[in-house]
Design a protein around this ligand. Structure first.
Ligand SMILES: [Zn+2]
Length: 272
């Protein structure tokens, strides 16, 4: 009985940490992007695995209509592909003020492939995206959010961090729009601080779910306004980078670089 109870407790702890099924895996700390600075619920939108010539522009259109600046964790072989439509999409991401970041070259599980392949995937991804965009990348997200001693060492050697998430609707796996919208809205209903949302701009389901999620946020905020509850605020990706600047420097920088293309990306490139 005692052993059974111990096993149960261990299992519960593993589930709580999102480690079920792999006892060797280590989780990443949450909240993924620190505490809320405004006191409201702050949502950071992140999109992985792109760019895709069809769906990524659709996601960009939706974000533009809502004046949202997100983070795109790009896959190197997609960003640096021979598809002639891709350079325009990358240009647009930067011009629209989004932050771009590394999601490795071929999207391998860096804890499971051979060590030299893991190193190659991480470094070649960064190089390929930098070559395609002409911007230095500071932020990184590991495929599948894997964590192991090897990955910890690789990140420490390169002085980079893994940018994890808090909300994962798994839309890439089940492809169900309603399920995706329901998961996100339910989580946001009970959220209390800052949350990083993981979505995928290469999936049709994401293109369908995103406007519904944003519409729900607007309606929910109208309801919250009446009852004077905490609002759900979209935290613009560049603001995350700017949080690390000394006070007063950002307005000065914005003035000094008036009209400069992709100031947000420059900021994110400079700051860890
Ligand atoms: Zn991914």
């Amino acid at each position: 009985m005692v052993i059974l109870r111990g096993l149960l407790l261990a299992l519960m702890a593993m589930v709580a940490l999102g480690l079920s099924g792999d006892a060797t895996a280590k989780g990443w700390p949450t909240p993924a992007a620190g505490e809320s600075a405004s006191g409201d619920i702050e949502l950071v939108l992140t999109f992985d695995d792109g760019p895709n010539p069809t769906t990524t522009p659709q996601v960009l259109d939706i974000l533009k209509a809502h004046k949202i600046k997100a983070i795109f964790f790009l896959v190197g072989e997609m960003a640096d592909s021979r598809d002639k439509r891709i350079p325009k999409i990358l240009d647009r991401m930067l011009a629209d003020g989004h932050v771009i970041a590394n999601h490795t070259m071929r999207h391998k599980d860096l804890c499971r492939v051979k060590e030299d392949k893991a190193v190659e995937d991480l470094d070649k991804g960064k190089e390929a995206i930098e070559r395609a965009t002409k911007f230095e990348l500071a932020w990184l997200r590991l495929p599948f959010g894997v964590r192991c001693d090897r990955v910890d060492q690789m990140l420490a050697d390169r002085k980079v961090k893994h940018f994890h998430w808090d909300l994962d609707p798994q839309e890439w796996k089940h492809g169900d729009t309603t399920k995706t919208v329901n998961y996100v809205t339910k989580e946001l209903t009970r959220a209390g601080g800052r949350a990083v949302l993981l979505l995928h701009d290469i999936k049709k389901v994401t293109v369908e779910a995103l406007p519904q999620i944003l519409k729900w946020i607007d309606e929910e905020n109208a309801r919250r306004e009446k009852s004077r509850k905490m609002k759900i605020r979209i935290l613009q990706a560049p603001a995350l980078a700017a949080e690390q600047l000394p006070k007063g420097l950002l307005p000065w920088l914005a003035d000094a670089t008036d009209g400069a293309r992709a100031l947000p990306q420059v900021l994110a490139s400079l700051l860890p």
